[in-house]
Write a protein that binds this ligand. Structure first.
Ligand SMILES: C[S@@+](CC[C@H](N)C(=O)[O-])C[C@H]1O[C@@H](n2cnc3c(N)ncnc32)[C@H](O)[C@@H]1O
Length: 212
């Protein structure tokens, strides 16, 4: 795993880890994965099931775990593994999905639009504002998946609650939804309850172990 680099200070708004229930709502908007057994060439216009790149994620990330469970091929990369989002990209992928470091969201959105692939990024709705961001939204388009409840992100032994929604590229949603600009999703109360008691994210357990 990561060792020394991982021990570098991990605090603030950039180190918040996403629970599974905040990822579940994405399922119906994605092209089907191989688990659905409905993969055909014509579904994708490509000869394989879709590949999702999670660019701010290690193998412990719930995004990586959940997408794999859904049958997607997942590529994950993280700055601690020497893969900086701003100068690394996999050779082949179809979607870019993650919860990014919020403090550099404008720079991230710029790179996402430049990469030109479909993306969904979990961000606070205040990210709708801003001169630079507005220029990009106008130029390239934006779709939103609004989550009805605050998400409790894992942060060390604690959690941090706040509102976030998925900021998506113009063609992110599959054909069933492609004429909608904003969709509203209900986070499942039972799933929230289940994860609430999972106090410590696996990532932090590993971190502490290496610190001992
Ligand atoms: C808000 S956290 C979310 C982590 C994970 N995506 C999740 O949702 O559980 C963002 C992560 O991106 C990492 N990161 C920051 N800058 C990065 C960069 N330029 N390239 C790749 N990862 C970066 C941070 O260290 C942090 O772990």
């Amino acid at each position: 795993m990561h060792n020394k680099v991982l021990l570098r200070k991990r605090s603030g708004w950039n180190e918040l880890y996403t629970p599974r229930y905040a990822i579940e709502p994405l399922k119906k908007y994605l092209l089907k994965g191989i688990v659905d057994l409905t993969f055909t060439k014509s579904d994708y216009g490509i000869e394989r099931a879709p590949i999702i790149w999670c660019p701010f994620d290690t193998e412990e990330s719930n995004y990586v775990k959940v997408f794999k469970e859904w049958g997607y091929t997942v590529i994950h990369s993280h700055i601690d593994d020497g893969k900086d989002f701003f100068n690394y990209a996999p050779e082949e992928y179809d979607y870019i999905i993650s919860n990014p470091p919020f403090s550099i969201k404008t720079k991230i959105l710029k790179r996402l639009y430049e990469l030109g692939k479909n993306f969904a990024m979990l961000l606070p709705l205040t990210s709708l504002e801003g001169i630079e961001r507005n220029k990009m939204y106008k130029k390239y388009g934006l779709k939103l998946i609004i989550l009805d409840k605050r998400v409790s992100f894992f942060q060390g032994n604690n959690s941090n609650y706040f509102n976030t929604s998925y900021f998506c590229s113009n063609d992110f949603m599959n054909a069933n939804f492609n004429n909608q600009q904003i969709v509203f999703e209900t986070l499942d109360k039972e799933s929230i309850k289940k994860e609430k008691h999972q106090k410590t994210h696996q990532y932090y357990k590993d971190l502490r172990k290496e610190n001992e």
